[in-house]
Ligand binder design. Structure first.
Ligand code: HEM
Length: 133
């Protein structure tokens, strides 16, 4: 691959429906799933605090304010993930944790049902970019 995968970003109307609080909760739950998974050792012990950084990123990605960029600068996601040994299996586990978090997402987080397939499609299309081993 010679650049990030060309995959449609999540629908920018997601933030308007969910708001910050629901996105923060969704990412917190996702990190709790990661903490129970076979790739848990990659993550810091304080998963809740770690999840806030990712939440800032996903808020911007879903059409909210560019919090991550404001707080931490350009995400440079592939470079930031380089220290972690991410192979195909780790990517699959990461995705499974996210997809598990997204079950009943419309009830849990007020995730707009019609934008869920596009969101999952983004995760599936973009995550292989983080594979570095
Ligand atoms: C493919 C499997 C992936 C694995 C195994 C993985 C793993 C990790 C790990 C270990 C961290 C550092 C946690 C910490 O020290 O706080 C991290 C941070 C992060 N990840 Fe991933 N990640 C993956 C995919 C993705 C994808 C697809 C995205 C975005 C769509 C993403 C977004 C982020 C963000 C925004 C951060 C915070 C970066 C920072 O520290 O500033 N990750 N990830």
């Amino acid at each position: 691959m010679f650049g990030p995968p060309q995959v449609d970003p999540p629908n920018a109307g997601i933030f308007e429906v969910m708001g910050s609080e629901n996105i923060v909760q969704m990412l917190e739950d996702f990190y709790m799933e990661l903490g129970e998974s076979s790739i848990k050792d990659m993550f810091p012990e304080d998963l809740k605090t770690a999840s806030r950084k990712s939440a800032a990123f996903f808020i911007g990605l879903c059409g909210g304010p560019p919090l991550y960029h404001q707080l931490y600068g350009h995400p440079r996601l592939r470079a930031r993930h380089m220290p972690f040994p991410i192979d195909e299996t780790a990517k699959d586990v990461w995705l499974e944790c996210f997809e598990k978090t997204l079950s009943n997402a419309s009830e849990k987080y007020n995730f707009p049902e019609e934008h869920l397939p596009g969101f999952i499609n983004f995760l599936r299309g973009f995550s292989p970019w983080m594979i570095n081993r």
